[in-house]
Design a binder for this molecule. Structure first.
Ligand SMILES: [Zn+2]
Length: 483
């Protein structure tokens, strides 16, 4: 039977605040084990939480960017359960009165804009981390690490409006781009700064009632989400085809082995016994605060993308690549000034991004080494046809490694670009004289040999001729010979 998948996502976004959600401990990746802890985030008796205002502002930024309703009075609740890496035995989160509700994320897929509706966004704290089992000598031990305990998180929940694995990855890509543009999270999935659970159910195509859903926990890469959801859709449709009932279950997906494992079924589901946290006051957000946060929002990525298409005449694909992260977008705009916009886009998207990948450089290192002004000098030369393709590809590596303007670099590497007819005409004539057979083939209408002749001239110039000039000269000389 043909089925339609119905998917809802729960995304956890780690906020880029200096300190934790309810205490003054620093939020740091890679700090010494259990060094960023205090009585509050260790859950010691008598310690009282105090809300991080910056985290609330960040939540408001995201909520406003997505067009959510902001609740003037929202409430923190305790979600009670036992887990070794959660010392209070409850997590502080928001339950029936979350900070943000509704809203939607616009995402362009295959050139068509889709808007995915959201249920809510709320603030909460992260748990610690368990490592187990590990072997120390003869003993097998487990360790718990509390540096992450109390880290500010936003949980964003979508309506069940996604239907394919590709939509899930497009949604996450769009969300990652947005939170980076808002400056509220680095959303590095490898570091767990953006994680996602997916609720998946199937129903026969055309049916409206929802099937029984299963939840895949802690998907931690965009590829992983796509593969995990694909595997779950396949698992459920096999079961339904075999006449089995889908059990409401929580699953773990192992991306390395493309395997799903059932953690627990509904009979063992938790009852979290939510209740309002008596240690925290109601979170009141005034209209003034909302307006203030709204006034600090940057140009949103989908607006910026649209502007790149209109202002610079870029194809949609270029605009989507160059609009994320915001540093790349700003660098592109600075480079496109004065240079041909599409030319700048081509060089950034192909050569610069390739170099970064090959050298494992962060973008900021490139920008430091090749500020926009330097890059513009290079692009102007390419635009003026004063740097033939292969030489330009070489020269951009020199830009990455050495100091100086593009002219300095060409002089240092003893490159004399041959762009004038005066330089090139003797070579063109020589090639025509030395290749009578291809020349006569060309003259008798077999124009395919033209490329060969251009290549011969390029070779004679040692790759330093400008191909456009060679082509023009060659055409003219050959035309003269026919008369
Ligand atoms: Zn602390």
């Amino acid at each position: 039977m043909a089925y339609e998948a119905v998917i809802g996502l729960e995304c956890h976004i780690q906020l880029k605040t200096r300190t934790k959600m309810f205490c003054a401990c620093p939020v740091e990746f890679g700090a010494d084990v259990n060094s960023n802890v205090c009585p509050v985030c260790l859950g010691l008796p008598g310690a009282l939480p105090r809300l991080n205002d910056r985290a609330v502002d960040y939540a408001l930024r995201l909520g406003l960017a997505l067009g959510c309703q902001i609740r003037a009075e929202s409430v923190f609740a305790r979600k009670n359960y036992f887990y070794p890496d959660m010392p209070k035995n409850y997590q502080i989160t928001q339950y029936d009165r979350p900070l943000c509700e509704g809203g939607e994320l616009p995402v362009v897929m295959d050139g068509v804009e889709r808007r995915f509706e959201l249920t809510r966004i709320h603030c909460e704290e992260d748990a610690g981390k368990s490592f187990h089992p590990e072997r120390v000598g003869e003993r097998r031990i487990s360790r718990v690490e509390f540096n992450r305990a109390g880290t500010p998180l936003l949980e964003l929940v979508t309506e069940p409006v996604l239907h394919t694995p590709a939509e899930c990855s497009a949604f996450l890509t769009g969300l990652r781009r947005l939170v980076r543009a808002l400056g509220i999270s680095d959303a590095d999935m490898e570091k767990g700064q953006l994680r996602c659970d997916a609720n998946v159910s199937l129903r026969p195509v055309g049916a409206t009632a929802l099937g029984t859903k299963a939840e895949i926990k802690n998907l931690n890469s965009i590829k992983g989400v796509e593969k995990g959801v694909t595997a779950e859709i396949a698992r459920q449709s096999r079961a339904l085809d075999a006449g089995e009932k889908i059990l409401q279950a929580t699953l773990l997906y192992d991306a390395d082995h493309d395997k799903l494992a059932i953690m627990r079924t509904k009979e063992h589901a938790h009852d979290y016994r939510y209740f309002p946290d008596p240690d925290l006051p109601v979170l009141c957000v005034s209209d003034e605060r909302v307006s203030l946060v709204r006034s600090t929002l940057p140009e949103l990525p989908w607006v910026l993308e649209e502007r790149f298409i209109e202002q610079y005449g870029l194809p949609a694909y270029d605009a989507s690549v160059l609009s994320d992260p915001p540093e790349l977008a700003a660098y592109y705009e600075a480079c496109a000034k004065g240079a041909e916009a599409k030319l700048a886009s081509n060089w950034l998207m192909t050569e610069v991004l390739r170099i970064l990948k090959e050298r494992e450089w962060p973008l900021e290192r490139w920008i430091q080494q090749v500020p926009a002004q330097r890059m513009r000098g290079f692009l102007a030369k390419v635009a003026a046809r004063e740097l033939p393709g292969p030489l330009a590809k070489q020269a951009i590596e020199w830009l990455a490694d050495e100091a100086g303007t593009i002219d300095d670099l060409l002089a240092r590497h003893d490159v004399r670009v041959q762009s004038s007819a005066e330089d090139l005409l003797p070579l063109v004539r020589q090639v025509i004289d030395e290749n009578p057979v291809p020349v006569s083939q060309y003259l008798s209408g077999r124009t395919a040999t033209f490329g060969f002749l251009v290549g011969q001239v390029m070779k004679k110039s040692g790759g330093q001729a400008v191909p456009q000039t060679v082509q023009e000269l060659l055409k003219k000389e050959l035309a003269d010979r026919t008369q």
